[in-house]
Design a protein around this ligand. Structure first.
Ligand code: PLP
Length: 392
């Protein structure tokens, strides 16, 4: 693309960099809690907001700002604010935009801690949440009340990879004067840009694919200058769940290789999904790239590839799932995802273990379900590892 409109990969490598007088090539880390002023008058001007500039790293930090500008550019948003974790991003969004008495309508297929945040903590402050099946548009609409301010979803969902129609839900939200918030953790902007599809706010757990190597915990919120740059930023700078400059630097470097990695994760996940489907003992494979996935066509329209997460259900229930997991030697038994190292989990007894058996059945989390977040190892080695598990 042209100089005026650099392409995604160019922005992933270069957006947000402001070289210092040292002329460093790579972005520097600024490990400083505060910044000095030339005079008492300058200090006063900074504090009053008359003069722009750094005051204290809970408010702004140059390394964090470079990460924010780069991610804002990749998501196509006016502003990004970085947070201490993905959960801090979701909490800051709610705390910045909502007040007691407001109401959220959320997909029920969301990250477990997000469900707990909505029910146990926002609930304490008088913010109610209704949960709906992700792909039932009529249920979303029926749950909207006069007090509803936010619609919240994650797509594809974890672990069953249900794909939500962002454009349709954005239209529904706007028809009812609500905002649509999308957790874009599984796709990242390399595969899906919710703001371009009509969403108002994107939240991220940078811990996952943005880091890409399982090193740091962090998050981000992207959207317009008013809501994100003022209301959500205002909450963050006062209440404090901000990102450290060290973590911002790791995430910044992660963004430089994001689209290469997402393509590689997707290619290996697709190959494994197709192979798993042919294996005896595997009842069902969940991956949006498979032609018989219920929202395959929607995923093809809305995403540029299908991502690195797949799940499959074994006929032998929990015992078969645990046997398979325990027989693998390459895959790591850990709950994280978005890592170069492939991770394998049993959702029914870990991420979804706190649900009652009825809630799990309703959510479609069978005892024989195994989730794999496909990493960057040789796909032949991963196939052999899962084959060892299936033979066990
Ligand atoms: C991990 C995750 C979160 C929470 O992020 P943390 O960085 O762990 O706080 C939120 N949403 C999704 C989809 C996640 O996978």
């Amino acid at each position: 693309m042209s100089d005026d409109h650099p392409g995604f990969d160019t922005r992933a490598v270069r957006a947000g960099q402001h070289r210092t007088a040292e002329q460093e090539h790579s972005e520097p880390i600024f490990p400083t809690s505060s910044y000095v002023f030339g005079s008492a008058a300058e200090a006063a001007a900074r504090f009053s907001g008359e003069q722009p500039g750094n005051i204290y790293s809970r408010f702004t930090n140059p390394t964090v700002r470079t990460f924010e500008e780069r991610l804002a550019s990749l998501e196509g948003g006016e502003r990004c604010v970085a947070t201490a974790s993905g959960m801090a991003a979701i909490y800051a969004t709610c705390a910045g935009l909502l007040a007691g008495g407001d109401h959220i309508v959320s997909s029920r297929s969301i990250f477990g801690s997000t469900t707990l945040l909505f029910t146990n903590f926002l609930g304490k402050f008088g913010i109610g949440t209704s949960f709906v099946p992700q792909n039932d548009l009529a249920a979303w609409e029926a749950s909207i009340r006069p007090q509803t301010r936010l619609l919240f979803l994650e797509t594809p969902s974890n672990p069953l990879t249900e794909v939500a129609d962002i454009r349709a839900l954005a239209e529904l939200a706007h028809r009812h004067d609500c905002l649509l918030v999308v957790d874009n953790c599984f796709c990242t902007p390399a595969l899906q840009q919710p703001l371009a599809l009509g969403a108002d706010i994107v939240v991220h757990s940078a811990t996952k694919y943005i880091d890409g190597q399982g090193r740091c915990v962090g998050g981000a919120v992207v959207g317009d200058a008013g809501r994100v740059g003022q209301e959500i930023y205002g909450f963050l700078r006062t209440c404090g769940p901000t990102m450290s400059p060290f973590n911002a630097w790791v995430f910044l470097k992660g963004l430089e290789t994001l689209s290469l990695r997402m393509r590689a994760h997707s290619a290996s996940a697709a190959a494994l999904a197709r192979w798993l489907r042919e294996q005896p003992g595997v009842q069902r494979v969940y991956y949006p790239g498979l032609e018989d996935h219920p929202q395959h066509e929607l995923a093809s329209r809305q995403q540029s590839d299908y991502g690195g997460i797949l799940s499959f259900e074994l006929a032998g229930g929990r015992e078969a799932a645990w046997r398979l997991i325990d027989a693998t030697r390459v895959c790591s038994i850990t709950a994280n995802l978005g890592d170069a190292k492939t991770t394998i989990t049993h959702p029914a007894t870990t991420t979804h273990g706190r649900l009652t058996p009825e809630q799990r059945a309703e959510a479609g989390i069978a005892d024989g379900l195994v989730r794999v977040a496909v990493g960057l190892e040789d796909v032949d080695d991963l196939r052999a590892d899962l084959a060892r598990g299936l033979d066990a």
